[in-house]
Write a protein that binds this ligand. Structure first.
Ligand code: PLP
Length: 454
């Protein structure tokens, strides 16, 4: 049995303690109403027990600082530590959002506005949204305001492709828009012919990401933009994972009117576990005057996260940012080409920052993901997008070295062999983790998140 198999309450022994408190020099008299009626149920453990318990727990975590994280559609890249240092400079850290004259922050927001505008080709940004989905909602509210500001109240429909990230239709629905799905063609791209019948004077716009969720560049984007604009609609760009484009092309130049970026993906600020994030929304010139009308968070958004992304942008500089897109694509294509003889590649073409396999022989995708944990990797995104039954979606990001990619490729090839020779090994994986296979439905529906005393 490993040390962490026990809860701290199970380590408890009556009378054991990890601390000694000085005796108070006079008796504290708490009012009766504030006093406990029974003793607090606390574990009684020694200092060594406490230290080992929490140190072991901390080592059960997995993050970009512990290993490779090939999570498709959720850019998990290296988080430079300089970002953290900059965000904790006292001049920034100790400012209250209501404090007047915070010139440093004013300058930060102005410079970030300029940097993101030049990276994306948009005119200006709002930094209020605190996540990607929050940015989507903000952007769609701006889209609605735009139509309404022109006295056009009938635009209630929004087109979303079937490969879209789940937050897209959810944000549209939350914004009171009716979601119309456009199908992808055989090649994984939006089919322009299927798009045409969906247009009309009741169309608010279209939500796209390019490259799309299959990691493919929508080559017909100019034609799509013309079609949507010609019926009075706007184009929304989901820029959560903008790695592939950085320094190569700009959504603003493709005809997009509104976009959000995830600073906590593309711009290297850490994420996971619920935040904090930042999803700034950029708009083209004709929407700039509407920016102050949509306020979706208090004060100035997540200032610390914006500061970290700013440090990242300055650290790289224009010249290196221009390399990001190319490296992100090179890394993804390298893995894809090295593995496509043992994993099914449904759309065999040059990908952008990520790609999707459709399973392999001898095991299902869940088995592969679970077996990767045994080898010390985070699992890739699986069973998404829904276009392929055994989808495995891989995004290595531009910050991984060739050696890291080679090790991952070797392990993926080994798993493919195991699937043929000893599939049971995969069905029962993972074998080396503290918990093997929980009942995932039960764990999601009735999670037990804390210990309860009787
Ligand atoms: C992660 C992601 C989102 C949502 O971002 P959150 O910060 O998790 O709300 C939206 N779209 C795409 C493509 C994403 O990858």
């Amino acid at each position: 049995m490993k040390y962490y198999d026990k809860l701290i309450f199970e380590l408890s022994k009556e009378g054991r303690s990890a601390c000694t408190l000085p005796l108070p020099d006079r008796k504290l008299e708490l009012p009766e109403t504030l006093r406990r009626s029974s003793k607090a149920v606390l574990p009684q453990v020694s200092e060594a027990d406490v230290v080992r318990h929490y140190t072991n727990l901390s080592q059960m975590n997995f993050g970009v600082d512990t290993g490779f994280y090939p999570l498709g559609s959720c850019t998990m890249k290296y988080n430079p530590k300089i970002n953290e240092e900059v965000a904790s400079l006292p001049g920034f850290r100790d400012v209250h959002p209501l404090q007047p004259g915070a010139k440093g922050y004013e300058q930060l927001y102005e410079e970030m506005d300029k940097a993101l505008a030049s990276i994306t080709g948009m005119a200006h940004f709002t930094f209020l949204p605190c996540a990607g989905a929050h940015g989507e909602l903000t952007g769609l509210m701006l889209m609605r305001s735009y139509h309404e500001s022109r006295g056009d109240f009938k635009r209630k429909r929004i087109i979303v492709p079937d490969s879209a990230h789940g937050t897209n239709p959810a944000s549209a629905a939350l914004c009171g828009l009716e979601v119309v799905v456009v199908k992808s063609g055989e090649n994984g791209l939006v089919d322009v012919e299927s798009l045409k019948p969906l247009l009309g004077d009741d169309l608010a716009g279209i939500m796209l990401t390019n490259p799309n969720t299959l990691g493919l560049f929508e080559r017909d984007i100019k034609a799509i933009a013309e079609l949507v604009h010609s019926c009075g609609g706007l184009l929304y760009y989901d820029g959560a994972n903008m790695n592939a484009l950085m320094g190569v092309v700009r959504p603003g130049d493709m005809g997009f009117d509104i976009l959000h970026l995830n600073l906590h993906k593309t711009f290297s600020t850490p994420h996971g576990g619920g935040g904090p994030g930042s999803g700034p929304v950029g708009v083209c010139n004709k929407l700039v005057s509407l920016l102050p009308t949509v306020r979706t968070s208090a004060f100035h958004g997540n200032a610390g996260v914006i500061l970290k992304a700013y440090a990242y942008i300055l650290m790289l500089g224009k010249e290196n940012i221009a390399k990001l897109g190319k490296l992100a694509c090179l890394n993804a294509n390298y893995i894809k080409e090295e593995l496509k003889d043992c994993y099914k590649l449904p759309i065999d073409t040059v990908c952008k920052h990520e790609f999707v396999f459709d399973g392999l022989e001898g095991a299902n995708t869940l088995d592969v993901a679970k077996r990767l944990l045994d080898y010390g990797y985070h699992a890739p995104t699986i069973y998404f997008p829904l276009l392929f039954h055994q989808a495995i979606m891989i995004e290595p990001t531009e910050t991984e070295s060739k050696e890291t990619l080679d090790d991952f490729i070797a392990v993926m090839r080994k798993i493919a062999c195991e699937a043929k020779e000893n599939p049971e090994l995969l069905h029962s994986a993972p074998h080396n983790t503290p918990v093997s296979r929980p009942d995932e439905t039960l764990a999601a529906r009735q999670p037990v998140l804390k210990w309860q005393s009787q």
